[in-house]
Write a protein that binds this ligand. Structure first.
Ligand code: SAH
Length: 468
């Protein structure tokens, strides 16, 4: 009963968020106003790289609702304008607000297929037009970026799209780096934040092509072995930002590199996906839609540092694969190298994964990622403890060799010790493999993404010297 009412509240607040996001979406083209989070009674919005905290959400919702009404009537009353002005801007002229009321395009890549269908119908169009549009966006290798690139479009629908739809681009491709092993790193500018994110394209054997996407700009988790952590967190990526990384990489694969289709996606780029779970789950839904990008849900893997409540939500709302970055076999070590462990202890994390798999994902396996750090988590005792920890959890273990980066306090485990660790785990029948770094000569491998400029604050380091 209690659980049901908690769920109802959650549904209610996420509907509120959607309404706000819709309203903010309408505003986005004029001033790039984006809804970020709803906490307590405040709402976080960003405009032109500035974060704005709106303290009274109820007031904001009223304002946003009236801005939706404004959209319909194309009218802005003085009260609305004053309310908007005092809520969103401290000093901006009200002429901006006139501009806001006029701009009302929806970004197409922010919508899942059912949402696109609903939106197309709300514009008085046949549902079949949504299917056609979706296929041009994702499905037929054309990757349309404007109405002019869509052939055979009904004249009326073209006009509707030109008026109401925003095709993007939501990301600006600023550079492509090539590694010796064929891996490529795409560097994008996220204009709203004035910051860059990175996406990695990894050609593999047997026509496998993996794209590693970022879910946030920077990261807040502060894992001590990860370079991205040094950036801190600058913001969450939108659904469209995440989907666009794959679309650009997929277009490059098929049109320029002759590599064929992207077969796998891993959310192992910059960020903690489960701190941005709504946008990540929606992006994964778009990636796996059968009429579009059509990736198998088993080939889209979301990797988390171990946020327990979000693991539960994810296992119940998405059908994509789960990876958990374990990286230690005792709370003492994990507390030090992954501060998230101070909140969610190893036992809680593993109990949660075990329960969720059994109850909601029967027949599926979780991937446990384990970065081997010399003299920190790579002893034979660690290997034995790891086996005990994952006992009873259907899983596959990936041992990752540590990728060095500037200012790193860790060293990679020597190969012979990596092999010994693997053999101890494998001897118990657990499926375990060693994941070799890809693109590490150009800073493209796990934990090497991002750029740390002198403007970034130095991040606190727990006393890791005690561990060695
Ligand atoms: N925040 C998520 C996803 C991003 S990190 C997570 O923690 O899972 C993706 C993977 O890279 C994680 O398994 C992480 O443990 C690993 N990683 C981070 N830094 C690394 C480094 N320097 N060398 C090797 N792997 C690293």
């Amino acid at each position: 009963m209690q659980e049901e009412s908690a769920r109802a509240t959650q549904r209610g607040s996420s509907r509120c968020m959607q309404m706000v996001a819709m309203a903010a979406g309408i505003l986005t083209n004029a001033v790039r106003l984006t809804a970020h989070a709803f906490r307590g009674s405040s709402l976080l919005l960003s405009a032109n790289s500035r974060l704005i905290k709106v303290p009274k959400f109820s007031q904001c919702l009223t304002v946003c609702s009236s801005s939706l009404a404004i959209e319909e009537n194309a009218e802005l009353t003085n009260t609305n304008r004053d309310e908007l002005s005092s809520t969103f801007f401290t000093s901006s002229p009200s002429s901006d607000l006139h501009h806001i009321a006029v701009a009302k395009k929806r970004n197409l890549k922010d919508m899942t297929f059912p949402e696109l269908q609903e939106w197309v119908e709300s514009l008085g169009q046949k549902p079949s037009r949504a299917v056609m549009l979706w296929k041009w966006l994702y499905g037929n290798g054309k990757w349309a970026q404007s109405t002019s690139e869509i052939q055979g479009l009904n004249r009326e629908f073209r006009a509707v799209l030109e008026k109401h739809a925003d095709f993007g681009p939501v990301l600006v491709l600023q550079g492509i780096h090539h590694a010796r092993d064929g891996t490529r790193k795409l560097v994008f500018l996220v204009e709203e934040f004035g910051a860059q994110i990175e996406t990695v394209l990894i050609p593999g054997p047997r026509n496998r092509v993996t794209v590693c996407v970022s879910s946030q700009i920077g990261c807040a988790m502060n894992c001590q072995f990860c370079y991205t952590a040094k950036m801190g967190l600058k913001g969450n990526l939108s659904t469209a930002h995440i989907v666009e990384q794959l679309v650009v990489a997929a277009r490059m694969c098929s049109q320029e590199l002759g590599l064929g289709l992207v077969t796998n996606v891993v959310f192992m780029g910059m960020g903690e996906p489960f701190q941005n779970i709504d946008n990540v789950v929606r992006a994964a839904e778009i990636m796996t839609n059968g009429q579009g990008l059509h990736l198998s849900p088993r080939k889209v893997t979301i990797s988390t540092s171990g946020l327990v409540p979000q693991i539960r939500t994810f296992c119940r709302t998405s059908n994509c694969a789960l990876a958990v970055s374990l990286n230690a076999t005792t709370d003492e070590v994990r507390d030090q190298i992954m501060p998230v462990n101070r909140k969610y202890k190893l036992m809680d994390l593993l109990d949660c994964v075990r329960e969720e798999l059994v109850t909601h994902r029967p027949g599926e396996k979780v991937f446990f990622e384990y970065v081997l750090l010399k003299n920190v988590n790579d002893s034979t005792d660690d290997a034995k403890r790891l086996v005990d920890l994952v006992c009873g959890i259907p899983c596959k273990i990936n041992l990752i060799t540590f990728n060095l980066h500037e200012g790193s306090l860790f060293e990679p485990t020597p190969l012979e010790d990596v092999l010994l660790f693997r053999d101890i785990v494998a001897s118990t029948g657990i499926v375990v493999s060693i994941r070799h770094s890809r693109g590490d000569d150009q800073k493209m491998a796990c934990g090497q993404l991002g750029s740390v400029t002198p403007r970034h604050p130095r991040r606190r380091n727990p006393e890791i010297h005690n561990l060695t």
